[in-house]
Design a protein around this ligand. Structure first.
Ligand SMILES: *[C@@H]1O[C@H](CO)[C@@H](O)[C@H](O)[C@H]1NC(C)=O
Ligand SMILES: *[C@@H]1O[C@H](CO)[C@@H](O)[C@H](O)[C@H]1NC(C)=O
Ligand SMILES: *[C@@H]1O[C@H](CO)[C@@H](O)[C@H](O)[C@H]1NC(C)=O
Ligand SMILES: *[C@@H]1O[C@H](CO)[C@@H](O)[C@H](O)[C@H]1NC(C)=O
Ligand SMILES: *[C@@H]1O[C@H](CO)[C@@H](O)[C@H](O)[C@H]1NC(C)=O
Ligand SMILES: *[C@@H]1O[C@H](CO)[C@@H](O)[C@H](O)[C@H]1NC(C)=O
Ligand SMILES: *[C@@H]1O[C@H](CO)[C@@H](O)[C@H](O)[C@H]1NC(C)=O
Ligand SMILES: *[C@@H]1O[C@H](CO)[C@@H](O)[C@H](O)[C@H]1NC(C)=O
Length: 396
C-alpha cells in the first residue's frame, strides 16, 4: 500500500518534470530567420492563402497561420498545416519541412521556395492549385522529399528537375501533368520512390531511367505511355512495389522483371502484347499480386498456393486454364474470373470466414457462395465476357 503510494508520487514528479522540460525546449525554439519569414509570407500569398497575422512566427506556431482552412469533402477531412523548423544556426531557426494538405489553396506552386535554403521536404496534397512545376526548385540542395499530389497542376516536368542534388522521393500523383518524361530524370540516382500515376504522360520511358537502381517504389498507372515495358526495370533489384494499372505501355514484360527478388506488391493490368505463360515469380515477400488482363496463358503454378501471396491475388481476365484443386487459405482475397479454369474448392476454404467474404464479394467466379452452397464449385469460363476495365476493386 505504502509502496504504491510512493510509486504514484514518483510518477507524478516525473510527469511534472517532463512537462516542465518540454516547456523549456519549446521556449528555446529560436525565431525564424527574418529573410525566411519574408519568404514564407510570399509563399503563402502565391499559394493563395491569407495570413491571419503576418507577424506570427511559423517556427513557434508550427504552422502557416492562414484564414479559412476547410476540408474539400467529408471524405478528406484531414487538414495538415504543418511547418517544421528542425535546423538552427544558433541565432535563427530555418524552415525544413512544409506540409499543407486539404487546405483548399487555390494559388500556384511558389518558385520562391528556393529561398528557404534548408528545406528538406515539401508535401502539398489535395489543394486546388493551377499552373505548373517551377523549374527553379531543382536548385534546392537539401530537398529530399517532394510530393505534389492531387492538386490540379498541369504542364510538363521541367528538364531542369534532373538536377536535384539529393532527391529520394518524387511523387506527382493525380495531377494533370502531360508531355514525356524528361531523360534528365535518370540523373536522380538517389531516388527510392518515383510515383507518376494518374496524369496524362505520353511517350516511352527514357532509357536513362535504367540508372535509377535505388528505386524501391515505382508507379506509373493511368497514363498514356507508349512503347514496350523497358527491360531495364529488371535491373532495379531493390524494387518492392511496381504498379502499372493501364499505363499505356505494351508487353512483352521481360521475365527478369517478374523475377525481381524483393517485390512485395506487383500490380500490372490492361496491357496488350504477345501471349505469355504464367511467369516465374519470387513469392518470398509477396503481399499483393495483380496480373489482370495481360494476355497470360497456361496454368497457374501450384507454388502460388504453397508459397502464398498473403493479401491479394488477382489473375482475372487472362487465358489461364486447367484445374485448380490446391487453393489454400494463405491468401486473403482471390480473384480468378475471366479465365478458363475449373476445379473444386476445398471445404476448408468454404468454411473459412475470411475467404467466404471474398466469395461473397462477387468478383470471383467462385463467387457469391452462400452458407449452404454446394462445396463443389465451377470456376467458370467467363473469358471474353468483360475486358477487365470495368470497376474492379482497387486497394492501395
Ligand atoms: C509536422 O511535420 C513534422 C516533420 O515531418 C513531424 O515530425 C510532425 O509530427 C508533424 N506534426 C504534425 C502535427 O503533423
Ligand atoms: C541528403 O539526404 C539525406 C537523406 O536522404 C541526408 O541524410 C543528407 O544530409 C542530405 N544531404 C544534404 C546535402 O542535404
Ligand atoms: C543510391 O543512393 C545513394 C545515396 O542515397 C548514392 O550514393 C548511390 O550512388 C545510389 N546508387 C546508385 C547505383 O546510383
Ligand atoms: C509514342 O508517343 C510519342 C509521343 O506522343 C509519339 O511521338 C510516338 O510516335 C509514339 N510512338 C509509337 C510507337 O506510337
Ligand atoms: C548511367 O550513368 C552512367 C554514369 O553516371 C552513364 O555513363 C550512363 O550513360 C548512364 N546510363 C544511361 C542509360 O543513361
Ligand atoms: C494476345 O496474344 C496473341 C498471340 O501472341 C496476339 O495475337 C494477340 O493480339 C494478343 N492480344 C492482346 C489483347 O494483346
Ligand atoms: C478442366 O479443364 C481442363 C482443360 O483446361 C480439362 O482437361 C479437365 O478435364 C477439366 N476438369 C474438369 C473437372 O472439368
Ligand atoms: C472494353 O474496353 C473498351 C475501352 O477500353 C470499351 O470501349 C468497351 O466497351 C469494353 N468492352 C466491354 C465488352 O466491356
Amino acid at each position: 500500500m505504502l509502496m504504491m503510494h510512493i510509486n504514484q508520487k514518483m510518477s507524478l514528479i516525473l510527469l511534472l518534470s517532463f512537462l516542465y522540460f518540454r516547456q523549456v525546449i519549446f521556449a528555446q525554439v529560436l525565431p525564424l530567420d527574418p529573410n525566411e519569414a519574408a519568404v514564407v509570407r510570399q509563399i503563402a500569398t502565391t499559394l493563395g492563402a491569407t495570413l491571419k497575422n503576418p507577424t506570427d512566427d511559423p517556427c513557434q506556431s508550427k504552422n502557416l497561420f492562414v484564414t479559412q482552412t476547410y476540408a474539400i469533402g467529408t471524405e478528406f477531412k484531414v487538414i495538415e498545416n504543418n511547418i517544421t523548423c528542425n535546423y538552427n544556426d544558433g541565432t535563427f531557426s530555418h524552415v525544413t519541412h512544409i506540409k499543407l494538405k486539404t487546405m483548399s489553396l487555390q494559388g500556384k506552386l511558389p518558385p520562391e521556395l528556393v529561398n528557404l535554403p534548408f528545406l528538406q521536404e515539401i508535401y502539398l496534397v489535395r489543394n486546388y492549385l493551377s499552373g505548373g512545376l517551377p523549374k527553379e526548385w531543382a536548385t534546392m540542395r537539401h530537398l529530399n522529399k517532394l510530393s505534389i499530389t492531387a492538386t490540379g497542376i498541369s504542364g510538363e516536368i521541367p528538364k531542369e528537375w534532373g538536377n536535384f542534388p539529393n532527391l529520394t522521393h518524387l511523387s506527382l500523383e493525380a495531377n494533370q501533368l502531360s508531355g514525356t518524361i524528361p531523360k534528365e530524370l535518370g540523373n536522380l540516382v538517389s531516388l527510392t520512390d518515383l510515383i507518376l500515376s494518374s496524369n496524362q504522360f505520353v511517350g516511352s520511358l527514357p532509357k536513362t531511367l535504367a540508372n535509377l537502381t535505388n528505386l524501391t517504389d515505382f508507379r506509373i498507372s493511368d497514363n498514356s505511355f507508349n512503347g514496350t515495358v523497358p527491360e531495364f526495370m529488371g535491373r532495379w533489384t531493390k524494387l518492392q512495389r511496381l504498379e502499372m494499372y493501364s499505363s499505356g505501355l505494351e508487353g512483352p514484360i521481360n521475365p527478369t522483371i517478374f523475377a525481381l527478388g524483393n517485390l512485395i506488391d506487383l500490380r500490372i493490368t490492361d496491357m496488350i502484347g504477345p501471349q505469355f505463360d504464367f511467369p516465374k515469380l519470387n513469392y518470398k515477400n509477396m503481399k499483393s499480386l495483380v496480373l489482370r488482363n495481360l494476355n497470360m496463358s497456361g496454368s497457374i503454378p501450384k507454388d502460388i498456393w504453397d508459397m502464398g501471396v498473403r493479401k491479394t491475388l488477382d489473375l482475372t481476365f487472362n487465358k489461364l486454364e486447367g484445374e485448380i484443386n490446391s487453393i489454400t487459405t494463405n491468401t486473403d482475397f482471390i480473384f480468378l474470373s475471366g479465365n478458363m479454369l475449373n476445379g473444386t474448392i476445398p471445404d476448408s476454404i468454404i468454411g473459412s470466414k475470411k475467404n467466404n467474404l471474398v466469395m461473397k464479394g462477387c468478383w470471383v467466379d467462385i463467387l457469391c457462395v452462400s452458407d449452404n452452397a454446394p462445396h463443389k464449385i465451377s470456376i467458370g469460363n467467363l473469358y471474353g465476357r468483360q475486358n477487365g476495365t470495368t470497376n474492379q476493386p482497387r486497394e492501395s
